[in-house]
Structures are given as structure tokens and as C-alpha cells.
Design a binder for this molecule. Structure first.
Ligand SMILES: Nc1ncnc2c1ncn2[C@@H]1O[C@H](COP(=O)(O)OP(=O)(O)OP(=O)(O)O)[C@@H](O)[C@H]1O
Length: 455
């Protein structure tokens, strides 16, 4: 009797037919499972990491054994193992789709969702539990749980991941649903090309037929009046039909500039959840999960050093892992505290714990850009609301993160008096009590400033 990878593929296909696994999971399994030996009714299948070994053992072992025993006419038992670490990085990492597979995946998932972004690969922490739970509730009951939903937060904190996890989950459980995942920027270009081709109706038709509209980075539509108008139309259509709508944004809706009020009021109808930077414990859990998924191992003190040092976001944690591992792999050096610190310094020179100086003009520029005003506006005497608030916030933030006195700060804002700065700081403190969103905006802005620190 002979069993090869073809039988394993057939078994996986059988599991799909039995609704034990989704077609997406099958693709992943096919990529990761490799037959090692088959002897005396025992089939050894290797996997890229302990994570996959345990996962497959728990989820698929029994059913696979059942099917194989049936077709072979005798009891077959499966042993999942982990491929030796002598394998190259690319072999032990989660599958990167090959050209053909990319095509396969694209055909099956025309929505552009990434298989890497699922609820299983997301590590919830106290910074993200609320959005995580909301996302699961939406995925389980699209259109009825929380609609629309806005996920906002700073860069690299998992907004896209959660949004895609919603899409993947819905796709896996309701493959007939028309899920559209699109970045706001792409939608803007899509509209432009439909307009050029004289087919704006086709644009509307495409989006209004969605059962689930997942739109990433809505803040990129600031100033894009035409796309906002079209989106407004699509939004109303979908909302009326109870189709699920999820948006991500890098800031609270109230802080979008040059965004139509009728559109923001629609957003405010639904659920708004925000992602905060992970705590030390969550960073540790995320690093461990990433290592497990990729079949890598770091000493625990190295994991702690990374979690302690990277203060920015999860994307940077991932970059740190990749960098440290690649360096050790390519040079043959051991991963130690010293080598890790050297790699971290080389990779994140500008964004590690602040060592350099914070320049007032940099802070002013970051805040002006965020609110879509100019630094000159901040320094001017203009008193319109859209300028006064960013100006007060800039003064407040400078007071928080520099040693500058209120007199020195006042001078940087067109020679204002120190009492104006004191008043601005008090005003922001008062607003923080009324509007809890302000706290997270301040945190995000301070993080941005620290990432741009001059050493
Ligand atoms: N809690 C988490 N658990 C596991 N991975 C995470 C988590 N949060 C973020 N990530 C990972 O960090 C990376 C960045 O996340 P993502 O792209 O979702 O960020 P984002 O908030 O959409 O950022 P941006 O605003 O820059 O688009 C992704 O690879 C994602 O998988």
C-alpha cells in the first residue's frame, strides 16, 4: 500500500466537502503539510512549526485518520512533526503564496483579503479587546450586530488586520456573500478611472452590490470631494439594505478635515472602536505568537528586550523579529541581548526611546499636517476653530514633552504671552474630560513626534 502527497490533498479536499475546513484553510494546509514517511500504518506529516503541528493535531488529525483509514481499508494513524530548523527561512515561515497560488487565491478571493490576517493570528490585549470582540460579533452577524463600524487608531496597530479578519471570517462562513475590501485610496482611483471611461454608473453598481463593504484608511478621502459624494450614495444604499459596512481611520471621525458633515454623521450612527498601542505584556504575547507562527525561537530575555525597546507599533515589532532573525541566519551569529540591541539600534535609530532633542518646529509641523493646516496658521493671529484647536493642542503637547517654559512656547507661536499658553493647556485638559477621544489623539500625536525625533 502506498500513500503520497496526492492522498493528503484528497483527504483535505474531503474535509472541505464535509465542511470541516474552509477552502482557504485547505490551501494553507496543502502548502504546509509534507509527507515524511508511511510505515506500518503510521503516516508522518511534517509542518513548519510547533504552532501548526499542534493546530493540525487538534483540529484535523482525527478526521484525516478516519478518511485515510477508510480509503486504505485499514487503520491509519497520523503523526504530525515539525520540520527540522535546518530548513531555510523561507521554508519555515508561513507560506508566501507562489505565483500560481497567488492566482488561485485571487480567483477564490476576488476581494483582495490576505490569508495572514485572521482572528486566529490576532493577539488581543487590553489595548484591543473591545475592537477585537466587536470585530468577532460583526463577523458572526454581518449587517445586524454593529453597523456601520469604524475602527480607528494610530499606524501599525492592527486596524487592517482586524478588518481583514472580519472579511476572512465572513468569506469562510458565507462564501456566497459579495465582500468588497478596498482602501480608500484605491476607491478614489477606481472612481477616477470609471469617470474617465464615462461609466460612473458602473462604479456605483459595483459597490452598491456589496453584501459587506470593508474600506481601509478612510482618512485618505479628506479633500476628495467627489469620492466622498459617491461613497455617501453607496453608504446610504448599503445601510438601507442592512449590508455590513466597516471603515478604518487613523483618527476619530470628529477630527477628519475637509470631510463632508453628512458623511461623518453617517459614521457616527454606528459603533466606533479604537486600537491603542499594546502594553508590555501584550507585546510579549504578540512577539511569541509571531515567532510560533513562523517557526522561530528567540531567548526569552531577547523577547523582553524587543518588547521593552520598541515603543511604536506592532508593525515595528514584526520588523524587529524579521531583522534580528535574518541577521543571525545570514551571519551564523547567536541571537543574544547584545546582538539584538545592535540590530534594534541599526533598524530603529530614530524611533527608540527618546535620546535626541524634540524640535518645536517639528512638533508644529506634525500637528499642522494632522489637522490639515499650516505651521504659519498655528503661529498666526487667526482665531477660527479649525486653527485654534490645533494651536492649543500643539502648545499642550510641547508643554507635555519638552522642558520649555510657557513663555518659551508662547514665543514659538507668533510671540504669544505665557498666559495664552497656560490657557491653552487648561482648555485641552477640560476638553479631555468632555471628549475621551482627545486622549488617544494626543497619544498618537506624541508617538508621531517621538518617531520623528532628531538625535
Ligand atoms: N494584536 C495583534 N496581533 C497580531 N498581529 C498584529 C496585532 N496588531 C497588529 N498586528 C500586525 O501588525 C502589522 C500592522 O497591522 P495593520 O496593517 O493592521 O495596521 P494598521 O493599524 O492598519 O496600520 P496602518 O494605519 O499603517 O495601515 C500587521 O502585520 C498585523 O498583522
Amino acid at each position: 500500500m502506498f500513500i503520497d502527497n496526492t492522498e493528503i490533498k484528497e483527504t483535505l479536499q474531503y474535509l472541505v466537502e464535509q465542511n470541516e475546513i474552509s477552502d482557504t484553510e485547505r490551501l494553507g494546509c496543502e502548502e504546509r503539510m509534507q509527507l515524511v514517511t508511511y510505515q506500518d500504518g503510521v503516516l508522518e506529516i511534517s509542518t513548519p512549526s510547533r504552532y501548526y503541528r499542534d493546530r493540525y493535531e487538534e483540529r484535523y488529525k482525527e478526521k484525516m485518520e478516519e478518511y485515510l483509514s477508510h480509503i486504505e481499508g485499514k487503520a491509519i494513524s497520523i503523526q504530525f512533526s515539525v520540520r527540522p530548523s535546518t530548513l531555510t527561512e523561507s521554508e519555515s515561515s508561513p507560506p508566501q503564496p507562489t505565483a500560481t497560488q497567488t492566482n488561485q487565491v485571487k480567483q477564490q478571493r476576488p476581494t483582495g483579503l490576505s490569508l495572514l490576517y485572521t482572528f486566529e493570528t490576532f493577539v488581543p490585549g487590553e489595548n484591543s479587546l473591545y475592537p477585537y470582540n466587536a470585530a468577532i460579533a460583526i463577523a458572526k452577524n454581518p449587517g445586524s450586530a454593529y453597523n456601520p463600524c469604524l475602527i480607528y487608531g494610530g499606524v501599525g496597530l492592527g486596524k487592517t488586520h482586524l478588518m481583514q479578519a472580519i472579511g476572512n471570517y465572513i468569506y469562510d462562513h458565507n462564501p456566497h456573500m459579495n465582500i468588497i475590501f478596498i482602501s480608500a485610496e484605491k476607491m478614489f482611483h477606481d472612481l477616477a478611472s470609471h469617470t474617465r471611461g464615462n461609466s460612473p454608473h458602473a462604479f456605483r453598481e459595483k459597490y452598491r452590490n456589496a453584501d459587506v463593504l470593508l474600506m481601509d484608511d478612510i482618512h485618505l478621502l479628506q479633500r476628495k470631494v467627489e469620492t466622498q459624494n459617491e461613497l455617501f450614495y453607496v453608504f446610504n444604499e448599503l445601510y438601507a439594505q442592512q449590508k455590513q459596512i466597516v471603515f478604518t481611520c487613523d483618527r476619530p471621525i470628529s477630527e477628519l478635515q475637509n470631510f463632508s458633515a453628512r458623511m461623518t454623521s453617517r459614521f457616527e450612527r454606528g459603533l466606533t472602536v479604537d486600537l491603542q498601542p499594546p502594553t508590555f505584556e501584550t507585546k510579549i504575547a504578540i512577539i511569541k505568537k509571531k515567532l510560533e507562527i513562523e517557526g522561530k525561537e528567540f531567548p526569552s530575555e531577547v523577547i523582553e528586550l524587543i518588547a521593552n525597546t520598541i515603543q511604536t507599533n506592532v508593525r515595528d515589532l514584526e520588523a524587529a523579529i524579521t531583522n534580528i532573525h535574518a541577521y543571525a541566519d545570514l551571519t551564523g551569529e547567536k541571537i543574544t541581548l547584545e546582538s539584538t540591541m545592535t540590530r534594534l539600534k541599526a533598524t530603529f535609530a530614530g524611533s527608540l526611546a527618546p535620546q535626541g532633542t524634540i524640535s518645536t518646529s517639528k512638533v508644529q509641523k506634525i500637528i499642522a499636517d494632522y489637522f490639515d493646516v499650516t505651521v504659519n496658521d498655528l503661529k498666526s493671529k487667526r482665531k477660527t476653530k479649525n486653527i485654534v484647536y490645533p494651536r492649543q493642542l500643539a502648545m499642550y503637547i510641547l508643554r507635555q514633552i519638552t522642558d520649555l517654559s510657557t513663555t518659551e512656547i508662547g514665543l514659538e507661536f507668533g510671540g504669544r504671552d505665557h498666559t495664552t499658553v497656560m490657557h491653552a493647556c487648561q482648555k485641552i485638559e477640560d476638553l479631555k474630560i468632555i471628549d475621551p477621544n482627545i486622549e488617544s489623539t494626543i497619544r498618537n500625536l506624541i508617538r508621531s513626534v517621538k518617531e520623528n525625533i532628531e538625535s
